[in-house]
Design a binder for this molecule. Sequence first.
Ligand code: NAP
Ligand code: G3H
Length: 484
Amino acid sequence: MSTNVLPLTAYNFYLNGEWRKSKSGKTINITSPYLNEVIGKVQGITTEEVDEAIYYAHEAQKIWAETSLQERAKFLYKWADQLVNMQDEIAEIIMKEVGKSIKDAKNEVVRTADLIRYTVDEALHMHGESMRGDSFPGGSKSKVAIIERVPLGVVLAIPPFNYPVNLAAAKLAPALISGNAVIFKPATQGAISGIKMIEALHKADFPAGIVNIVTGRGSDIGDYLVEHAGINMISFTGGTNTGIRLAKKAAMIPLVLELGGKDPGIVREDADLHEASKHIISGAFSYSGQRCTAIKRVLVHERVADELVAILKKKIEKLPVGSPEEGNTVVPLIDNRSADFVQGLIDDAIEKGATLVIGNKRDHNLIYPTLLDHVTEDMVVAWEEPFGPVLPVIRVSSDEEAIAIANQSEFGLQASVFTKDINKAFTIANKIETGSVQINGRTERGPDHFPFIGVKGSGMGAQGIRKSLESMTREKVTVLNLAE
Ligand code: NAP
Ligand code: G3H
Protein backbone atom coordinates (compact mmCIF):
# COMPACT_ATOMS: atom_id res chain seq x y z
CA MET A 1 0.00 0.00 0.00
CA SER A 2 1.20 3.53 -0.72
CA THR A 3 0.39 6.57 1.38
CA ASN A 4 0.76 9.09 -1.44
CA VAL A 5 -1.54 12.08 -1.88
CA LEU A 6 -4.63 10.74 -3.64
CA PRO A 7 -4.67 11.46 -7.36
CA LEU A 8 -7.89 11.83 -9.35
CA THR A 9 -8.07 8.13 -10.00
CA ALA A 10 -8.55 7.28 -6.32
CA TYR A 11 -11.89 5.53 -5.84
CA ASN A 12 -13.69 5.87 -2.53
CA PHE A 13 -15.47 3.14 -0.62
CA TYR A 14 -19.22 3.25 -0.03
CA LEU A 15 -20.59 3.45 3.46
CA ASN A 16 -24.16 4.28 4.50
CA GLY A 17 -24.95 5.74 1.08
CA GLU A 18 -21.86 7.99 0.94
CA TRP A 19 -18.57 7.75 -0.94
CA ARG A 20 -15.72 8.07 1.52
CA LYS A 21 -11.96 8.14 1.75
CA SER A 22 -10.56 5.87 4.42
CA LYS A 23 -9.30 7.38 7.63
CA SER A 24 -6.31 5.05 7.22
CA GLY A 25 -4.98 7.36 4.52
CA LYS A 26 -3.92 4.19 2.73
CA THR A 27 -4.73 3.33 -0.84
CA ILE A 28 -4.01 0.27 -2.94
CA ASN A 29 -2.70 0.62 -6.48
CA ILE A 30 -4.63 -1.30 -9.10
CA THR A 31 -2.34 -2.22 -11.98
CA SER A 32 -3.82 -3.31 -15.29
CA PRO A 33 -2.63 -6.83 -16.21
CA TYR A 34 -1.95 -5.85 -19.82
CA LEU A 35 -1.30 -2.09 -19.75
CA ASN A 36 1.15 -2.64 -16.92
CA GLU A 37 0.27 0.73 -15.47
CA VAL A 38 -1.69 1.84 -12.45
CA ILE A 39 -5.26 2.53 -13.58
CA GLY A 40 -6.57 3.65 -10.23
CA LYS A 41 -6.38 3.33 -6.47
CA VAL A 42 -8.87 1.99 -3.99
CA GLN A 43 -9.13 2.67 -0.28
CA GLY A 44 -7.48 0.30 2.18
CA ILE A 45 -10.07 0.69 4.91
CA THR A 46 -9.66 0.18 8.66
CA THR A 47 -11.36 -2.38 10.89
CA GLU A 48 -13.21 0.52 12.57
CA GLU A 49 -14.68 1.40 9.18
CA VAL A 50 -15.67 -2.26 8.73
CA ASP A 51 -17.49 -2.04 12.10
CA GLU A 52 -19.23 1.12 10.96
CA ALA A 53 -20.33 -0.44 7.66
CA ILE A 54 -21.77 -3.45 9.46
CA TYR A 55 -23.53 -1.24 12.00
CA TYR A 56 -25.25 0.81 9.28
CA ALA A 57 -26.11 -2.33 7.35
CA HIS A 58 -27.99 -3.69 10.38
CA GLU A 59 -29.82 -0.41 10.91
CA ALA A 60 -30.89 -0.26 7.25
CA GLN A 61 -31.83 -3.95 7.10
CA LYS A 62 -34.45 -3.63 9.83
CA ILE A 63 -36.44 -1.18 7.70
CA TRP A 64 -35.65 -2.85 4.35
CA ALA A 65 -36.99 -6.21 5.56
CA GLU A 66 -40.28 -4.51 6.42
CA THR A 67 -40.78 -3.03 2.93
CA SER A 68 -42.87 -5.04 0.50
CA LEU A 69 -41.28 -7.34 -2.05
CA GLN A 70 -42.72 -5.17 -4.83
CA GLU A 71 -41.12 -2.08 -3.31
CA ARG A 72 -37.71 -3.78 -3.10
CA ALA A 73 -38.18 -5.07 -6.64
CA LYS A 74 -38.47 -1.50 -7.96
CA PHE A 75 -34.99 -0.64 -6.67
CA LEU A 76 -33.45 -3.75 -8.17
CA TYR A 77 -35.08 -3.21 -11.56
CA LYS A 78 -33.72 0.36 -11.52
CA TRP A 79 -30.27 -0.96 -10.68
CA ALA A 80 -30.43 -3.35 -13.66
CA ASP A 81 -31.47 -0.44 -15.92
CA GLN A 82 -28.59 1.69 -14.64
CA LEU A 83 -26.13 -1.11 -15.33
CA VAL A 84 -27.34 -1.28 -18.92
CA ASN A 85 -27.03 2.52 -19.19
CA MET A 86 -23.47 2.34 -17.87
CA GLN A 87 -22.46 -0.80 -19.80
CA ASP A 88 -19.78 0.87 -21.94
CA GLU A 89 -18.16 2.63 -19.00
CA ILE A 90 -18.24 -0.45 -16.76
CA ALA A 91 -17.06 -2.80 -19.52
CA GLU A 92 -14.09 -0.53 -20.20
CA ILE A 93 -13.10 -0.70 -16.53
CA ILE A 94 -13.52 -4.51 -16.39
CA MET A 95 -11.31 -4.83 -19.47
CA LYS A 96 -8.60 -2.58 -18.05
CA GLU A 97 -8.72 -3.99 -14.54
CA VAL A 98 -8.95 -7.75 -15.11
CA GLY A 99 -7.85 -7.95 -18.76
CA LYS A 100 -11.07 -9.40 -20.21
CA SER A 101 -11.86 -8.68 -23.86
CA ILE A 102 -14.22 -5.75 -24.35
CA LYS A 103 -16.86 -8.06 -25.88
CA ASP A 104 -16.74 -10.43 -22.89
CA ALA A 105 -16.71 -7.48 -20.50
CA LYS A 106 -19.85 -6.04 -22.09
CA ASN A 107 -21.49 -9.46 -22.04
CA GLU A 108 -20.69 -9.63 -18.34
CA VAL A 109 -22.52 -6.37 -17.64
CA VAL A 110 -25.57 -7.25 -19.74
CA ARG A 111 -25.67 -10.78 -18.29
CA THR A 112 -25.64 -9.16 -14.85
CA ALA A 113 -28.62 -6.93 -15.62
CA ASP A 114 -30.50 -10.01 -16.86
CA LEU A 115 -29.50 -11.92 -13.74
CA ILE A 116 -30.80 -9.14 -11.46
CA ARG A 117 -34.14 -8.99 -13.28
CA TYR A 118 -34.56 -12.77 -13.26
CA THR A 119 -33.69 -12.87 -9.56
CA VAL A 120 -36.43 -10.35 -8.82
CA ASP A 121 -38.95 -12.25 -10.95
CA GLU A 122 -38.06 -15.53 -9.27
CA ALA A 123 -38.41 -13.99 -5.80
CA LEU A 124 -41.80 -12.54 -6.74
CA HIS A 125 -42.95 -16.06 -7.58
CA MET A 126 -41.64 -17.82 -4.48
CA HIS A 127 -44.38 -18.52 -1.98
CA GLY A 128 -44.50 -20.08 1.42
CA GLU A 129 -46.53 -23.13 2.32
CA SER A 130 -48.88 -24.21 5.03
CA MET A 131 -49.50 -27.57 6.73
CA ARG A 132 -52.40 -28.94 8.72
CA GLY A 133 -51.47 -30.81 11.90
CA ASP A 134 -53.77 -33.72 11.10
CA SER A 135 -51.67 -34.74 8.13
CA PHE A 136 -49.45 -36.42 10.78
CA PRO A 137 -50.77 -39.49 12.63
CA GLY A 138 -52.50 -38.31 15.78
CA GLY A 139 -52.03 -34.66 14.77
CA SER A 140 -54.78 -32.14 15.27
CA LYS A 141 -56.77 -30.35 12.60
CA SER A 142 -56.73 -27.29 14.80
CA LYS A 143 -52.99 -26.77 14.27
CA VAL A 144 -51.92 -24.97 11.12
CA ALA A 145 -48.27 -24.22 10.36
CA ILE A 146 -47.51 -21.22 8.12
CA ILE A 147 -44.03 -21.60 6.62
CA GLU A 148 -42.41 -18.51 5.15
CA ARG A 149 -38.92 -17.54 4.12
CA VAL A 150 -37.34 -14.65 6.04
CA PRO A 151 -34.04 -12.82 5.47
CA LEU A 152 -30.92 -13.73 7.43
CA GLY A 153 -29.77 -10.17 8.18
CA VAL A 154 -26.43 -8.92 6.87
CA VAL A 155 -24.82 -10.94 4.07
CA LEU A 156 -21.08 -10.75 3.43
CA ALA A 157 -20.45 -11.07 -0.33
CA ILE A 158 -16.91 -11.92 -1.46
CA PRO A 159 -16.38 -12.55 -5.20
CA PRO A 160 -13.15 -13.37 -7.09
CA PHE A 161 -11.35 -11.21 -9.65
CA ASN A 162 -12.48 -12.98 -12.82
CA TYR A 163 -16.15 -11.89 -12.86
CA PRO A 164 -15.88 -8.75 -10.75
CA VAL A 165 -19.40 -7.57 -11.63
CA ASN A 166 -21.39 -10.69 -12.41
CA LEU A 167 -20.24 -12.85 -9.51
CA ALA A 168 -20.72 -9.89 -7.15
CA ALA A 169 -24.25 -9.18 -8.35
CA ALA A 170 -25.06 -12.90 -8.20
CA LYS A 171 -24.68 -12.47 -4.45
CA LEU A 172 -26.06 -8.95 -4.00
CA ALA A 173 -29.28 -9.35 -5.98
CA PRO A 174 -30.69 -12.42 -4.14
CA ALA A 175 -29.58 -11.00 -0.80
CA LEU A 176 -31.28 -7.65 -1.41
CA ILE A 177 -34.55 -8.82 -2.91
CA SER A 178 -34.93 -11.21 0.05
CA GLY A 179 -34.68 -8.34 2.55
CA ASN A 180 -31.03 -8.63 3.60
CA ALA A 181 -28.42 -5.88 3.74
CA VAL A 182 -25.00 -6.49 2.15
CA ILE A 183 -21.37 -5.93 3.00
CA PHE A 184 -19.58 -6.31 -0.34
CA LYS A 185 -15.85 -6.98 -0.23
CA PRO A 186 -14.64 -7.05 -3.83
CA ALA A 187 -11.51 -8.86 -4.96
CA THR A 188 -8.81 -6.20 -4.79
CA GLN A 189 -8.02 -6.71 -8.49
CA GLY A 190 -11.62 -6.11 -9.53
CA ALA A 191 -12.48 -3.54 -6.89
CA ILE A 192 -12.82 -0.64 -9.34
CA SER A 193 -15.26 -2.69 -11.43
CA GLY A 194 -17.16 -3.50 -8.23
CA ILE A 195 -17.24 0.18 -7.28
CA LYS A 196 -18.62 1.05 -10.73
CA MET A 197 -21.34 -1.55 -10.23
CA ILE A 198 -22.20 0.09 -6.91
CA GLU A 199 -22.28 3.50 -8.63
CA ALA A 200 -25.10 2.08 -10.75
CA LEU A 201 -26.80 0.85 -7.59
CA HIS A 202 -26.36 4.29 -5.97
CA LYS A 203 -28.10 5.85 -8.98
CA ALA A 204 -31.06 3.57 -8.31
CA ASP A 205 -31.56 5.38 -4.95
CA PHE A 206 -31.40 2.38 -2.66
CA PRO A 207 -31.81 3.31 1.02
CA ALA A 208 -28.54 4.34 2.69
CA GLY A 209 -26.67 1.54 4.42
CA ILE A 210 -28.39 -1.33 2.62
CA VAL A 211 -25.25 -1.99 0.55
CA ASN A 212 -21.76 -1.03 1.68
CA ILE A 213 -18.57 -1.67 -0.24
CA VAL A 214 -15.51 -2.33 1.87
CA THR A 215 -12.21 -2.27 0.00
CA GLY A 216 -8.96 -3.66 1.33
CA ARG A 217 -6.85 -6.71 0.81
CA GLY A 218 -8.31 -10.02 1.91
CA SER A 219 -5.10 -10.58 3.86
CA ASP A 220 -5.78 -7.35 5.83
CA ILE A 221 -9.52 -7.27 6.43
CA GLY A 222 -10.72 -10.71 5.26
CA ASP A 223 -10.47 -12.59 8.55
CA TYR A 224 -11.87 -9.62 10.46
CA LEU A 225 -14.93 -9.54 8.21
CA VAL A 226 -15.51 -13.28 8.25
CA GLU A 227 -15.27 -13.52 12.05
CA HIS A 228 -17.33 -10.40 12.69
CA ALA A 229 -20.31 -11.02 14.97
CA GLY A 230 -22.44 -8.72 12.80
CA ILE A 231 -22.25 -10.99 9.74
CA ASN A 232 -25.18 -13.39 9.40
CA MET A 233 -24.34 -15.20 6.17
CA ILE A 234 -21.33 -15.46 3.85
CA SER A 235 -21.43 -16.02 0.12
CA PHE A 236 -17.91 -16.61 -1.15
CA THR A 237 -16.48 -17.41 -4.57
CA GLY A 238 -12.75 -17.87 -4.98
CA GLY A 239 -9.87 -20.27 -4.58
CA THR A 240 -10.17 -23.49 -2.59
CA ASN A 241 -7.48 -22.58 -0.05
CA THR A 242 -9.12 -19.24 0.71
CA GLY A 243 -12.49 -20.99 0.96
CA ILE A 244 -11.21 -23.58 3.42
CA ARG A 245 -9.62 -20.90 5.60
CA LEU A 246 -12.83 -18.91 5.56
CA ALA A 247 -15.00 -21.93 6.40
CA LYS A 248 -12.89 -22.66 9.49
CA LYS A 249 -13.17 -19.06 10.67
CA ALA A 250 -16.87 -18.67 9.89
CA ALA A 251 -17.81 -21.41 12.40
CA MET A 252 -21.64 -21.42 12.78
CA ILE A 253 -22.40 -18.78 10.12
CA PRO A 254 -24.39 -20.06 7.10
CA LEU A 255 -21.97 -20.30 4.23
CA VAL A 256 -22.03 -20.89 0.49
CA LEU A 257 -18.66 -21.59 -1.10
CA GLU A 258 -17.99 -21.79 -4.84
CA LEU A 259 -14.34 -22.70 -5.29
CA GLY A 260 -11.80 -23.97 -7.77
CA GLY A 261 -12.14 -26.75 -10.31
CA LYS A 262 -10.27 -29.20 -12.52
CA ASP A 263 -13.08 -29.93 -14.95
CA PRO A 264 -12.35 -32.89 -17.24
CA GLY A 265 -13.50 -33.12 -20.85
CA ILE A 266 -14.06 -36.86 -21.35
CA VAL A 267 -13.92 -37.81 -25.03
CA ARG A 268 -15.24 -41.26 -25.86
CA GLU A 269 -14.12 -43.25 -28.88
CA ASP A 270 -17.47 -42.62 -30.59
CA ALA A 271 -17.48 -38.83 -30.09
CA ASP A 272 -17.87 -36.35 -32.93
CA LEU A 273 -14.29 -35.10 -32.60
CA HIS A 274 -14.79 -31.86 -34.54
CA GLU A 275 -17.77 -30.90 -32.42
CA ALA A 276 -16.02 -31.96 -29.20
CA SER A 277 -12.86 -30.02 -30.06
CA LYS A 278 -14.90 -26.84 -30.61
CA HIS A 279 -16.26 -27.07 -27.06
CA ILE A 280 -12.91 -28.09 -25.60
CA ILE A 281 -11.09 -25.15 -27.17
CA SER A 282 -13.65 -22.58 -26.08
CA GLY A 283 -13.91 -24.27 -22.67
CA ALA A 284 -10.18 -24.38 -22.06
CA PHE A 285 -8.90 -21.15 -23.58
CA SER A 286 -11.52 -18.39 -23.42
CA TYR A 287 -10.27 -15.61 -21.15
CA SER A 288 -7.01 -17.58 -21.02
CA GLY A 289 -8.62 -20.34 -18.96
CA GLN A 290 -9.29 -17.95 -16.07
CA ARG A 291 -12.70 -19.45 -15.41
CA CYS A 292 -13.53 -21.84 -12.60
CA THR A 293 -15.44 -23.86 -15.18
CA ALA A 294 -12.68 -23.97 -17.79
CA ILE A 295 -11.97 -27.43 -19.20
CA LYS A 296 -8.72 -28.11 -17.39
CA ARG A 297 -7.85 -31.61 -18.64
CA VAL A 298 -8.89 -33.87 -21.51
CA LEU A 299 -9.38 -37.58 -20.86
CA VAL A 300 -9.53 -39.09 -24.32
CA HIS A 301 -9.83 -42.68 -25.51
CA GLU A 302 -6.44 -43.79 -26.86
CA ARG A 303 -7.95 -44.97 -30.18
CA VAL A 304 -9.02 -41.42 -31.11
CA ALA A 305 -6.39 -39.46 -29.19
CA ASP A 306 -4.04 -38.78 -32.14
CA GLU A 307 -6.90 -37.47 -34.25
CA LEU A 308 -8.30 -35.29 -31.46
CA VAL A 309 -4.88 -33.84 -30.61
CA ALA A 310 -4.29 -32.97 -34.28
CA ILE A 311 -7.64 -31.16 -34.49
CA LEU A 312 -7.01 -29.32 -31.22
CA LYS A 313 -3.57 -28.24 -32.42
CA LYS A 314 -5.02 -26.76 -35.63
CA LYS A 315 -7.61 -24.84 -33.68
CA ILE A 316 -5.09 -23.56 -31.16
CA GLU A 317 -2.87 -22.26 -33.97
CA LYS A 318 -5.75 -20.00 -34.96
CA LEU A 319 -6.56 -18.69 -31.48
CA PRO A 320 -6.08 -14.93 -31.29
CA VAL A 321 -3.50 -14.04 -28.66
CA GLY A 322 -2.69 -10.60 -27.25
CA SER A 323 -4.34 -7.54 -25.81
CA PRO A 324 -7.97 -7.73 -24.64
CA GLU A 325 -8.50 -4.36 -26.34
CA GLU A 326 -8.20 -6.14 -29.70
CA GLY A 327 -10.73 -8.80 -28.68
CA ASN A 328 -8.19 -11.62 -28.29
CA THR A 329 -9.22 -14.91 -26.71
CA VAL A 330 -5.91 -15.58 -25.01
CA VAL A 331 -4.89 -12.51 -23.03
CA PRO A 332 -2.26 -11.75 -20.39
CA LEU A 333 -2.96 -13.45 -17.07
CA ILE A 334 -4.07 -11.43 -14.07
CA ASP A 335 -0.49 -11.06 -12.79
CA ASN A 336 3.05 -12.36 -13.14
CA ARG A 337 2.72 -14.69 -10.17
CA SER A 338 -0.12 -16.52 -11.92
CA ALA A 339 1.96 -16.75 -15.11
CA ASP A 340 4.92 -18.14 -13.12
CA PHE A 341 2.63 -20.78 -11.64
CA VAL A 342 1.32 -21.85 -15.08
CA GLN A 343 4.85 -21.90 -16.47
CA GLY A 344 5.91 -24.13 -13.58
CA LEU A 345 3.17 -26.63 -14.47
CA ILE A 346 4.29 -26.69 -18.11
CA ASP A 347 7.95 -27.09 -17.18
CA ASP A 348 7.21 -29.91 -14.73
CA ALA A 349 5.15 -31.83 -17.32
CA ILE A 350 7.77 -31.48 -20.07
CA GLU A 351 10.52 -32.49 -17.69
CA LYS A 352 8.56 -35.63 -16.77
CA GLY A 353 8.04 -36.62 -20.42
CA ALA A 354 4.86 -34.94 -21.64
CA THR A 355 4.78 -34.09 -25.36
CA LEU A 356 4.59 -30.39 -26.09
CA VAL A 357 2.16 -30.13 -29.02
CA ILE A 358 2.02 -26.36 -29.23
CA GLY A 359 2.73 -23.36 -27.02
CA ASN A 360 5.14 -23.01 -24.11
CA LYS A 361 5.87 -19.48 -25.20
CA ARG A 362 5.72 -16.61 -22.75
CA ASP A 363 5.90 -12.84 -22.86
CA HIS A 364 5.80 -11.52 -19.25
CA ASN A 365 2.35 -12.57 -17.98
CA LEU A 366 1.09 -13.55 -21.43
CA ILE A 367 1.24 -17.33 -21.78
CA TYR A 368 0.54 -18.62 -25.28
CA PRO A 369 -2.06 -21.39 -25.48
CA THR A 370 -0.30 -24.62 -24.65
CA LEU A 371 -1.33 -28.19 -25.40
CA LEU A 372 0.44 -31.05 -23.64
CA ASP A 373 -0.11 -34.63 -24.78
CA HIS A 374 0.77 -37.94 -23.07
CA VAL A 375 0.32 -36.35 -19.68
CA THR A 376 0.60 -38.90 -16.89
CA GLU A 377 -0.60 -39.03 -13.33
CA ASP A 378 2.79 -38.15 -11.83
CA MET A 379 2.69 -34.70 -13.45
CA VAL A 380 1.39 -31.79 -11.39
CA VAL A 381 -0.61 -30.42 -14.33
CA ALA A 382 -2.77 -33.57 -14.22
CA TRP A 383 -4.22 -32.43 -10.87
CA GLU A 384 -3.64 -28.73 -10.15
CA GLU A 385 -5.95 -25.96 -11.35
CA PRO A 386 -3.77 -23.77 -13.62
CA PHE A 387 -6.21 -20.85 -14.10
CA GLY A 388 -4.28 -20.26 -17.30
CA PRO A 389 -4.15 -21.39 -20.96
CA VAL A 390 -2.60 -24.84 -20.60
CA LEU A 391 -4.50 -27.99 -21.51
CA PRO A 392 -3.17 -31.44 -20.55
CA VAL A 393 -4.31 -34.49 -22.55
CA ILE A 394 -4.40 -37.78 -20.68
CA ARG A 395 -4.96 -40.88 -22.81
CA VAL A 396 -7.24 -43.58 -21.37
CA SER A 397 -8.24 -47.06 -22.50
CA SER A 398 -11.81 -47.22 -21.19
CA ASP A 399 -14.71 -45.25 -19.76
CA GLU A 400 -13.90 -46.76 -16.37
CA GLU A 401 -10.37 -45.39 -16.47
CA ALA A 402 -11.64 -41.95 -17.48
CA ILE A 403 -14.15 -41.96 -14.62
CA ALA A 404 -11.51 -43.11 -12.13
CA ILE A 405 -9.06 -40.34 -13.12
CA ALA A 406 -11.86 -37.76 -13.20
CA ASN A 407 -12.92 -38.72 -9.68
CA GLN A 408 -9.40 -38.93 -8.28
CA SER A 409 -9.30 -35.13 -8.34
CA GLU A 410 -9.66 -33.11 -5.15
CA PHE A 411 -12.14 -30.94 -7.10
CA GLY A 412 -15.72 -31.62 -8.15
CA LEU A 413 -17.13 -28.67 -10.05
CA GLN A 414 -18.21 -29.84 -13.52
CA ALA A 415 -17.28 -32.36 -16.22
CA SER A 416 -18.06 -32.73 -19.92
CA VAL A 417 -18.74 -36.02 -21.68
CA PHE A 418 -18.49 -36.14 -25.46
CA THR A 419 -20.16 -39.13 -27.10
CA LYS A 420 -22.85 -40.08 -29.61
CA ASP A 421 -24.20 -42.73 -27.24
CA ILE A 422 -26.70 -41.09 -24.92
CA ASN A 423 -26.96 -44.14 -22.70
CA LYS A 424 -23.20 -44.21 -22.17
CA ALA A 425 -23.29 -40.47 -21.53
CA PHE A 426 -25.77 -40.96 -18.71
CA THR A 427 -23.87 -43.93 -17.30
CA ILE A 428 -20.69 -41.83 -17.11
CA ALA A 429 -22.55 -38.75 -15.83
CA ASN A 430 -24.06 -40.79 -13.01
CA LYS A 431 -20.63 -41.95 -11.87
CA ILE A 432 -18.83 -38.60 -12.05
CA GLU A 433 -18.40 -36.82 -8.71
CA THR A 434 -19.11 -33.23 -9.70
CA GLY A 435 -21.92 -30.73 -9.15
CA SER A 436 -22.91 -30.83 -12.85
CA VAL A 437 -22.07 -32.88 -15.91
CA GLN A 438 -22.42 -31.42 -19.39
CA ILE A 439 -23.22 -33.84 -22.21
CA ASN A 440 -21.73 -32.78 -25.55
CA GLY A 441 -21.08 -29.23 -24.38
CA ARG A 442 -18.38 -27.27 -22.61
CA THR A 443 -18.36 -26.87 -18.86
CA GLU A 444 -19.95 -23.57 -17.89
CA ARG A 445 -22.04 -21.94 -15.17
CA GLY A 446 -24.82 -20.41 -17.19
CA PRO A 447 -27.61 -19.97 -17.83
CA ASP A 448 -27.61 -18.32 -14.45
CA HIS A 449 -30.89 -19.80 -13.22
CA PHE A 450 -29.46 -23.35 -13.36
CA PRO A 451 -28.22 -24.63 -9.98
CA PHE A 452 -24.45 -24.20 -9.87
CA ILE A 453 -22.80 -26.58 -7.45
CA GLY A 454 -19.26 -27.49 -6.47
CA VAL A 455 -18.63 -30.64 -4.44
CA LYS A 456 -15.45 -31.89 -2.71
CA GLY A 457 -12.79 -29.12 -2.95
CA SER A 458 -15.00 -27.15 -5.34
CA GLY A 459 -17.43 -25.90 -2.77
CA MET A 460 -20.31 -26.22 -0.43
CA GLY A 461 -23.94 -25.31 -1.01
CA ALA A 462 -25.29 -24.05 -4.30
CA GLN A 463 -25.52 -20.91 -6.39
CA GLY A 464 -27.88 -20.28 -9.29
CA ILE A 465 -30.72 -17.82 -8.90
CA ARG A 466 -33.28 -19.86 -6.98
CA LYS A 467 -30.64 -21.64 -4.91
CA SER A 468 -29.11 -18.30 -3.91
CA LEU A 469 -32.49 -16.95 -2.87
CA GLU A 470 -32.95 -20.03 -0.71
CA SER A 471 -29.49 -19.84 0.82
CA MET A 472 -29.92 -16.19 1.80
CA THR A 473 -33.20 -16.80 3.60
CA ARG A 474 -34.34 -19.28 6.19
CA GLU A 475 -37.67 -20.89 6.88
CA LYS A 476 -39.77 -19.47 9.68
CA VAL A 477 -42.73 -21.42 11.00
CA THR A 478 -45.67 -19.73 12.71
CA VAL A 479 -48.20 -22.18 14.16
CA LEU A 480 -51.80 -21.15 14.45
CA ASN A 481 -53.70 -23.07 17.15
CA LEU A 482 -57.36 -22.78 16.22
CA ALA A 483 -60.14 -23.25 18.74
CA GLU A 484 -61.45 -26.86 18.41
P1 NAP B 1 -8.86 -15.85 -4.18
O1 NAP B 1 -7.47 -15.43 -4.18
O2 NAP B 1 -9.28 -16.99 -3.32
O3 NAP B 1 -9.73 -14.55 -3.80
C1 NAP B 1 -11.13 -14.58 -3.79
C2 NAP B 1 -11.64 -13.51 -2.86
O4 NAP B 1 -11.29 -13.81 -1.52
C3 NAP B 1 -11.06 -12.13 -3.14
O5 NAP B 1 -12.08 -11.17 -2.96
C4 NAP B 1 -10.00 -11.98 -2.06
O6 NAP B 1 -9.69 -10.65 -1.74
C5 NAP B 1 -10.71 -12.66 -0.91
N1 NAP B 1 -9.88 -13.07 0.20
C6 NAP B 1 -8.55 -13.33 0.22
N2 NAP B 1 -8.17 -13.69 1.46
C7 NAP B 1 -9.27 -13.65 2.25
C8 NAP B 1 -9.53 -13.92 3.63
N3 NAP B 1 -8.57 -14.30 4.47
N4 NAP B 1 -10.78 -13.78 4.08
C9 NAP B 1 -11.77 -13.39 3.27
N5 NAP B 1 -11.60 -13.12 1.95
C10 NAP B 1 -10.36 -13.26 1.45
O7 NAP B 1 -9.35 -16.22 -5.67
P2 NAP B 1 -9.13 -15.39 -7.02
O8 NAP B 1 -7.70 -15.48 -7.42
O9 NAP B 1 -9.77 -14.05 -6.92
O10 NAP B 1 -10.01 -16.25 -8.05
C11 NAP B 1 -9.54 -17.41 -8.65
C12 NAP B 1 -10.08 -18.64 -7.97
O11 NAP B 1 -11.48 -18.54 -7.80
C13 NAP B 1 -9.87 -19.90 -8.80
O12 NAP B 1 -9.50 -20.95 -7.95
C14 NAP B 1 -11.24 -20.15 -9.39
O13 NAP B 1 -11.48 -21.48 -9.76
C15 NAP B 1 -12.12 -19.70 -8.29
N6 NAP B 1 -13.44 -19.36 -8.81
C16 NAP B 1 -14.47 -20.21 -8.51
C17 NAP B 1 -15.74 -19.95 -9.03
C18 NAP B 1 -16.90 -20.87 -8.74
O14 NAP B 1 -18.02 -20.41 -8.89
N7 NAP B 1 -16.68 -22.11 -8.38
C19 NAP B 1 -15.94 -18.82 -9.81
C20 NAP B 1 -14.86 -17.99 -10.09
C21 NAP B 1 -13.60 -18.27 -9.58
P3 NAP B 1 -8.30 -10.00 -2.27
O15 NAP B 1 -8.44 -9.93 -3.74
O16 NAP B 1 -8.29 -8.68 -1.59
O17 NAP B 1 -7.20 -10.90 -1.82
O1 G3H C 1 -15.08 -18.56 -13.02
C1 G3H C 1 -16.11 -19.09 -12.65
C2 G3H C 1 -17.41 -18.69 -13.18
O2 G3H C 1 -18.43 -19.06 -12.29
C3 G3H C 1 -17.58 -19.32 -14.52
O3 G3H C 1 -18.65 -18.78 -15.17
O4 G3H C 1 -18.88 -20.61 -16.84
O5 G3H C 1 -20.10 -18.47 -17.13
O6 G3H C 1 -17.61 -18.55 -17.42
P1 G3H C 1 -18.81 -19.13 -16.73
